[in-house]
Design a protein around this ligand. Structure first.
Ligand code: MN
Length: 497
């Protein structure tokens, strides 16, 4: 039995406002080529088929033509919903798709979908677990205390026995042993129990899941394009899966193995600059005669390389000219460019795009002599003492590398004065309750200064505040938006991942 394991396609994704649709089309075509070469029995998509719960029409059409091509090759396709998918929408028509060998588990409905295939060694049972959180699972197990995602997954795996109770005693026994194993953390013993209890010792068990799986004591590879997670309540320990011969995971975007037979396929394309060092592709999994999986990664075609470049604007433009003259395709790469110019530069994005049409992101890194300024914008002790005009003057100098001119100074002073006059008028006409709510006007000035300083530090002024080196490096980032990319196809503003 041979499987192709994919995950995190994120069809319809935009990276820094650039549509990945053509990249994804080329990538999916190369999955079809891979299927022709490898002749797998099963293609697995372990969640995050789409980038959004309501995907664009283009993304849906792209996925439909991919399924059609797989179906023409007569492949069994197993799909689960990830956290980016709407399970309900993804599983539309699944009753009909099933007849074509396409199984979609969109929403957990109290029991895991099972698909049984067989080869010359016996049966392979696939369990399809869509992305779950405790709230998706609790109502099916009112007697259990489900506080974390790990509790939820444990509970669902235990229940496999229950859901399979009508399919024969042998399966029941297997599932009862999964139940046992789910409680144990002893991997080797778990697998033995499962095999000895099965219909025959050669039955293999494959779980497809989309969760944040970790292994205690070791760090997993993370990427910026994954959904940010705070805390540990979403984490599931890998030991829960010890009863399975292979676990096809989605969710983390770097391909990686967490234990023997437990693999993240990773996203098939780089979806953020944090992923440019990762090897992308599809996993090809074959079961040896002893039931253990042999896993290898096969590369997939990508239309663009994602990379970083660095230099002054002039240097980068000059290099771009050379690339254009030699017709070098690398100027079409998806680029994050770091500008090291000392002073301000005019319209860098549009000028760079003449030679590098796919610049996605500009980072400004300005190097200043130490005498230019103190390292920190303001000592926290000074916050309350400085007036807004002085704070702004410091901020301006940090941003541009030059002090305010006299004219600019006067404009800022005027603006501060009229803002504070307006405040005084409001404060005079307000009742005592205002005083009680926000305190004296001195304190309000203090608050304003704090907010201002916070927004300054949000603007990526990085580095150690007390660094003693003679130069001080500072990065600020600017994302340039093409207005035509502001809205997605369904008219909703683009959100985060
Ligand atoms: Mn994902």
């Amino acid at each position: 039995m041979k499987l192709i394991h994919l995950a995190d396609l994120h069809l319809g994704k935009r990276v820094h406002e650039v549509s990945m649709m053509e990249d994804q089309r080329v990538m999916l075509d190369s999955v079809i080529d891979l299927c022709r070469r490898e002749q797998p029995d099963v293609v697995i998509i372990a969640g995050d088929v789409y980038d959004k719960p309501i995907p664009s029409v283009e993304a849906i059409n792209l996925f439909e033509s991919f399924l059609l091509a797989l179906s023409a090759l007569d492949k069994t396709v197993l799909i689960i919903a990830g956290n980016h998918d709407s399970g309900e929408r993804l599983s539309f028509g699944d009753v009909f798709f099933k007849k074509e060998g396409i199984h979609i588990a969109g929403v957990f409905d109290g029991a895991l979908d099972e698909v049984v295939l067989s080869d010359e060694h016996g049966d392979v049972v696939f369990y399809l677990l869509p992305f779950i959180r405790p709230m998706h699972v609790r109502r099916f197990f009112p007697e259990e205390e489900i506080l974390s995602t790990e509790d939820a997954v444990r509970c669902v795996l235990r229940s496999v026995g229950k859901s399979a109770s009508t399919s024969g005693d042998a399966v029941c026994e297997v599932d009862a042993s999964i139940k046992e194993v789910a409680r144990s953390t002893n991997e080797g013993a778990g697998r033995r129990v499962l095999h000895s209890a099965g219909k025959s010792s050669s039955t293999r068990h494959v779980l497809i899941a989309h969760q944040f799986v970790t292994r205690s004591g070791s760090a997993v590879i993370r990427s910026d394009s994954e959904t940010l997670q705070v805390g540990t309540t979403d984490q599931v320990d890998v030991s829960l899966f010890s009863a399975f011969d292979y676990v096809a995971l989605g969710h983390l975007h770097g391909a990686q193995s967490l234990a023997e037979g437990v693999w993240y396929a990773g996203s098939p394309l780089a979806y953020s600059f944090s992923e440019i060092g990762q090897k992308k592709g599809a996993l090809v999994v074959e079961f040896g005669s002893d039931g253990s999986p042999i896993v290898r990664q096969e590369p997939l075609a990508s239309l663009h390389t994602m990379r970083r470049a660095r230099g002054t604007l002039d240097d980068l433009l000059c290099a771009g000219k050379t690339l254009e003259r030699s017709n070098d395709p690398s100027r079409e790469d998806y680029l994050e460019m770091t500008l090291t110019d000392r002073g301000p530069v005019a319209d860098p994005m549009n000028r760079l795009k003449v030679y590098y049409p796919n610049v996605m992101r500009l980072v400004f890194e300005r190097v200043h002599e130490e005498t230019d300024h103190k390292d920190a914008l303001v000592d926290s002790d000074d916050l309350g003492k400085l007036d807004p005009a002085a704070l702004f003057a410091r901020f301006f100098e940090l941003q541009t590398g030059r002090p305010l001119s006299e004219l600019e100074h006067n404009i800022v002073a005027d603006a501060v004065k009229s803002a504070s006059d307006a405040y005084d008028v409001n404060a005079d006409s307000a009742s005592v309750s205002l005083e009680n709510d926000i305190g004296s006007s001195d304190e309000v000035n203090g608050d304003t200064a704090v907010t201002f300083a916070e927004s300054v530090s949000d603007n990526s002024i990085s580095g150690n505040a007390n660094t003693s080196s003679s130069t001080h490096q500072r990065e600020s980032e600017q994302t340039f938006r093409d207005p035509s990319y502001e809205l997605s196809d369904d008219g909703t503003p683009e959100g985060g991942t």
